[in-house]
Design a binder for this molecule. Structure first.
Ligand SMILES: Nc1ncnc2c1ncn2[C@@H]1O[C@H](COP(=O)(O)OP(=O)(O)OP(=O)(O)O)[C@@H](O)[C@H]1O
Ligand SMILES: [Zn+2]
Ligand SMILES: [Zn+2]
Length: 748
C-alpha cells in the first residue's frame, strides 16, 4: 500500500491557520501494509502527540527532520477522497483549516456527547489499536495507564477509571476528546435495533395528486440521468411535500444509490422518524448531534457500509459517509438553523449542493417559503428547476387570516396584550371545545422602540435596518454604527407614546389565565422545555386534548400537524419585522406563513389572527394572503437597491475581548487593514462598522463587528484572508479574537 521510500502526507489536527498544510511523516515498516489514505494516525508534533489525517503519499522536499508515524487509528479509511475534497472546499469557502473541516466531517466518531445519567467510559477503538495507542503514549504514562485500565474494565465512570489508573478525571476526558475512549450514557447504551420491515415498494392506499405526480416525474427523470441537478419544491403548507421526498428516495434506491434527507432540528420529531421507518424500515439511519456515543457511531457505520442507504438527520447529517449518494433533500430549506453559527460556520444547504455536484446527485430543496437565494436561482436563467405544489392535499383551503391593527386597539383604550377580536375568537373556540395556539416571537436582542400611535420604528438611513436601543439613550445601527438620540416625540406623528417593545411568554400566559379563567393553558418555551423529553410531553398532552390553549415561541411554528387546532393567534408580528437584520421582512413572512400553516389542517375549518402595529407592511399583507410570489416581488427590489443578498454577499467579522477599550482599538485597526486591502482589489468591497454586535456582551466578553459587503464572495474571502494574515503579524498589538462568518444567517 505504501510505495517504497514515500512518506505519508498528513494534515495535523491542530486548528491553527499556520499549521494548515501537509506535513510529511515516515511510515514505519510495521504500518506499511495497513496504512491507507483516509485513515487517522497518531504523530509526534513538536512536543506533543497529535491526531493526523492521511491525505496521500509523496516525497518530501527534504529528508531532514522527518519523524515517524507513532500509531495507526483506523485500518480502513474514515474519509473518502470526495470528503477530503469537500474538506478542502470548506476550508476555502468558510475560512477554516482543513483539519477543522475534516474533524467536522467525521465527527460522529470523534466527538462523544455527554448526556444526563451516568457517563461510562468504554474504548472507542478495538483492542489492538488501543494497545498501539498506549504504546505510542510512552511519554504520557498516565494516559497510557488510563487506556490500559479502560481495556481491562470497560464501563467504569470517569471517577472510577481515573482512580484505577491513579490519575485525575482530566486525563480521562483528554483521551475521550482525542477519540481513544468514548463516553456512553448508562441509559442509552443499547444501539438502536436493526429489526423492522425491509423496504418494499408499497405505498398503502396513498395516491399522488396531479401536482405531486408531475413533480415526482421530473425528479425521477433527473435521478435516472444521474447528473447533478437541483429542484426547488415550492409547496404550500400541507401540500404533501414529504410524500414526494419519500417517493424520490424510493427511486434513488432503485438506482443503487443512497439518499440523505435533512430536516431542521425542531422538525426531527418521533413522528417524522416513524414516517421514514414505516416506509424504509431498517434501511433508515437517523443521524443527529443529540445521539450518544455508541448509538451515533453505529448509525454512522451503517451508513458508511451501505447497510443503511436512507439517512434522515439534522444539519450535520449532510456529512453522512454514504458511499454513493444520489439524492440530497433539504426540507424547509429556508431555515436558518441549517447554518452552523459557531466554530465552523458552514451552511448545510451549500455543503449539500457541493456534495451533489461532486457525486452527480439530485438535490431537492423543499419549502412553503423559499429563501430569496433559492427562489432567485429557480427563476429565469437560474440553475434550479422550480416545482410547485400550489394547493393543500384534498384541496383543503388555507385558513383565512385576519390582520388586527393594534393601533386601533390603543385608540379604543385597550392597552393590553390581547386585542378585542382575538379575545372573541378565543372565546368562540373555548365554547366549541376546539384548540388554540398563541404564538409570540421572542428574541432576546429585539431591542427596539416603536411609536404605539403610528407604528413607526426608526431605521438606519443607509442600511435600512431597525436601530437598536442602547442603555445610554441612543439608537444605533449595528451594521454601520450610525447613532442618534432616542426621540422624545415621534418624528412621524408627533406622539410621545414611544415605547420599548417586547413581551414574554410568561406575561402572555398570566394574561390568558386572567382573561380565560376556565381554560386549560400550556406554555412552551425554553424555560418549560429545558428538561429532556419535555417538548414531546407538552405536545402530546396538547394533542390528546388535555389543554385548550398552547402558548409558545418559534418552536411551535412548524412541523406540527394538530387537527383540533382551529385558531392560531400571533401576539406580536412586529418583533421579527423589526429585528435589526436585513432579512427581517423575509423572516417575518416565513414565520407568519408557517404559523398560519398550523391552523385548519384537519376537517375543521381554521382561522388565523395576526396582531401588529404595522398592518400595511408587505410581509404581513402577503403572509395574510398566503402569497409567496407577491412577497418576493416586494422584497427582491428592496434587497437589490441596498445591495443585500441574494444580490450580493456579506461577511461578518465578530471581534471579542474582555476589555472594551482593547476591543474597540483592535476593531478600528481591523477596519483600517480591511479598507486598505479592499482599496487594492478591482471588485468593490464595502467595509461597514465597526459597531457593537446586537448582543454587545456575552459572558464577560465584549463583542463588536465589522460587516463586509460586495458582489463577489471570493473577493470578500480573499480580502478577509489577507487582513487576518496581516493582523496575525500585528500581534500582540492586535488582541481581540476574530470569528469570521461568510454569509451569516443572523448577527446576534
Ligand atoms: N397524495 C396524497 N393523498 C392523501 N394524503 C396525502 C397525500 N400526500 C400527502 N398526504 C397527507 O397530507 C398531509 C400533509 O402532508 P405533508 O405533511 O407532507 O405536507 P407538507 O407539504 O410537508 O406541509 P408542511 O410544509 O406544512 O410541513 C399528511 O398527513 C400526508 O400524509
Ligand atoms: Zn408615531
Ligand atoms: Zn447603518
Amino acid at each position: 500500500m505504501v510505495k517504497n521510500g514515500l512518506c505519508a502526507e498528513i494534515i495535523v489536527d491542530l486548528a491553527v491557520r499556520k499549521t494548515d498544510r501537509v506535513f510529511h511523516y515516515a511510515v514505519p515498516k510495521k504500518f506499511e501494509n495497513v496504512l491507507q489514505i483516509g485513515a487517522r494516525v497518531l504523530v509526534p508534533f513538536r512536543e506533543r502527540c497529535l491526531t493526523g489525517y492521511v491525505v496521500g503519499f509523496g516525497a518530501p522536499e527534504s529528508q531532514v527532520n522527518i519523524r515517524e508515524i507513532a500509531g495507526v487509528l483506523d485500518e480502513e479509511p474514515v474519509f473518502s477522497p470526495e470528503l477530503l475534497e469537500l474538506a478542502r472546499w470548506m476550508s476555502e469557502s468558510y475560512l477554516c483549516s482543513t483539519a477543522e473541516a475534516l474533524q467536522r466531517i467525521i465527527s460522529p466518531r470523534l466527538q462523544v456527547k455527554s448526556g444526563r445519567g451516568v457517563r461510562r467510559i468504554i474504548p472507542a477503538l478495538d483492542g489492538e489499536k488501543l494497545e498501539q495507542a498506549a504504546a505510542s503514549l510512552a511519554r504520557a504514562p498516565r494516559q497510557a495507564a488510563v487506556l490500559r485500565a479502560a481495556m481491562a474494565s470497560p464501563g467504569l465512570t470517569v471517577k472510577e477509571l481515573a482512580a484505577a489508573a491513579e490519575t485525575t478525571g482530566k486525563t480521562v476526558e483528554l483521551l475521550v476528546h482525542k477519540g481513544y475512549l468514548a463516553a456512553v450514557n448508562n441509559t442509552s447504551q443499547a444501539p438502536p435495533g436493526y429489526g423492522g420491515p425491509q423496504f418494499t415498494a408499497g405505498y398503502g392506499e396513498l395516491q399522488l395528486n396531479a401536482d405531486q405526480a408531475t413533480a415526482l416525474e421530473q425528479i425521477e427523470g433527473a435521478l435516472k440521468a444521474g447528473r447533478f441537478s437541483v429542484f426547488l419544491l415550492h409547496g404550500v403548507t400541507g401540500s404533501g411535500k414529504t410524500e414526494v421526498y419519500l417517493r424520490a428516495i424510493a427511486a434513488v434506491l432503485q438506482e443503487g444509490r443512497q439518499a440523505v434527507a435533512l430536516v431542521p432540528e425542531i422538525a426531527l420529531t418521533p413522528q417524522m422518524i416513524e414516517l421514514f421507518r414505516a416506509r424504509f424500515g431498517s434501511l433508515v439511519a437517523v443521524l443527529h448531534s443529540g445521539l450518544a456515543g455508541t448509538a451515533r457511531y453505529q448509525a454512522w457505520r451503517r451508513v458508511k457500509s451501505g447497510e443503511a442507504p436512507v439517512v434522515l438527520g439534522t444539519r450535520s447529517a449532510v456529512f453522512a459517509p454514504a458511499p454513493r449518494p444520489g439524492l440530497f433533500i433539504i426540507d424547509e430549506e429556508h431555515e436558518s438553523s441549517y447554518k452552523q453559527d459557531d466554530h465552523l460556520r458552514y451552511h448545510a444547504r451549500e455543503v449539500a449542493l457541493k456534495r451533489a455536484q461532486q457525486s452527480g446527485s439530485v438535490v431537492i430543496l423543499g419549502s412553503a417559503t423559499p429563501s430569496l437565494e433559492s427562489y432567485l436561482r429557480a427563476g429565469p436563467g437560474g440553475l434550479y428547476r422550480l416545482l410547485k405544489l400550489p394547493v393543500r392535499i384534498d384541496n383543503h383551503p388555507l385558513p383565512p387570516v385576519q390582520v388586527v391593527d393594534m393601533r386601533d386597539e390603543l385608540k379604543r383604550g385597550n392597552r393590553g396584550i390581547f386585542s378585542v377580536p382575538l379575545v372573541e375568537a378565543i372565546n368562540r373556540r373555548l365554547e366549541r371545545h376546539e384548540q388554540v395556539i398563541l404564538f409570540l416571537n421572542r428574541r432576546g436582542y429585539a431591542n427596539f422602540v416603536v411609536c404605539r400611535q403610528c407604528g413607526l420604528v426608526i431605521k438606519c438611513p443607509s442600511c435600512d435596518i431597525s436601530l437598536t436601543y442602547h442603555l445610554d439613550g441612543t439608537l444605533r445601527c449595528h451594521y454601520c454604527n450610525y447613532s442618534t438620540n432616542r426621540p422624545v416625540l415621534c418624528p412621524r406623528c408627533g406622539s410621545d407614546d414611544i415605547r420599548h417593545f417586547g413581551v414574554g411568554t410568561q406575561k402572555v400566559e398570566e394574561e390568558a389565565r386572567r382573561l380565560f379563567p376556565e381554560a386549560r393553558v400550556l406554555r412552551m418555551d425554553s424555560d418549560t422545555t429545558s428538561r429532556r423529553g419535555a417538548h414531546e410531553r407538552l405536545i402530546s398532552s396538547f394533542r390528546d386534548g388535555r389543554a385548550d390553549i398552547l402558548i409558545g415561541t418559534q418552536m411551535i411554528a412548524k412541523g406540527l400537524d394538530l387537527p383540533k387546532v382551529t385558531l392560531v393567534g400571533v401576539i406580536n408580528a412586529d418583533t421579527t419585522l423589526h429585528m435589526p437584520d436585513f432579512r427581517a421582512a423575509e423572516r417575518t413572512f416565513q414565520l407568519l406563513t408557517q404559523v398560519a400553516g398550523r391552523a385548519g389542517r384537519g376537517s375543521l375549518a381554521g382561522e388565523v389572527q395576526i396582531q401588529t402595529y404595522t398592518p400595511d407592511h408587505y410581509s404581513i399583507i402577503a403572509a395574510a394572503a398566503h402569497d409567496y410570489e407577491s412577497f418576493y416581488r416586494s422584497e427582491a427590489p428592496v434587497r437589490r437597491a441596498l445591495d443585500y443578498p441574494p444580490f450580493s454577499h456579506l461577511a461578518r467579522l465578530l471581534l471579542t475581548h474582555t476589555d472594551e477599550e482593547t476591543l474597540t482599538k483592535g476593531a478600528l485597526l481591523a477596519k483600517e487593514v480591511l479598507e486598505k486591502i479592499a482599496a487594492g482589489v478591482n471588485i468593490p468591497v464595502d467595509v461597514l462598522g465597526p459597531a457593537p454586535a446586537p448582543m454587545s456582551r456575552i459572558k464577560g466578553q465584549y463583542r463588536w463587528q465589522l460587516v463586509l459587503k460586495g458582489p463577489r464572495r471570493n473577493t470578500l474571502k480573499d480580502v478577509i484572508k489577507e487582513a487576518l494574515n496581516i493582523l496575525d503579524k500585528e500581534r500582540p498589538a492586535f488582541k481581540p479574537s476574530v470569528h469570521v462568518d461568510i454569509n451569516p444567517q443572523g448577527m446576534v
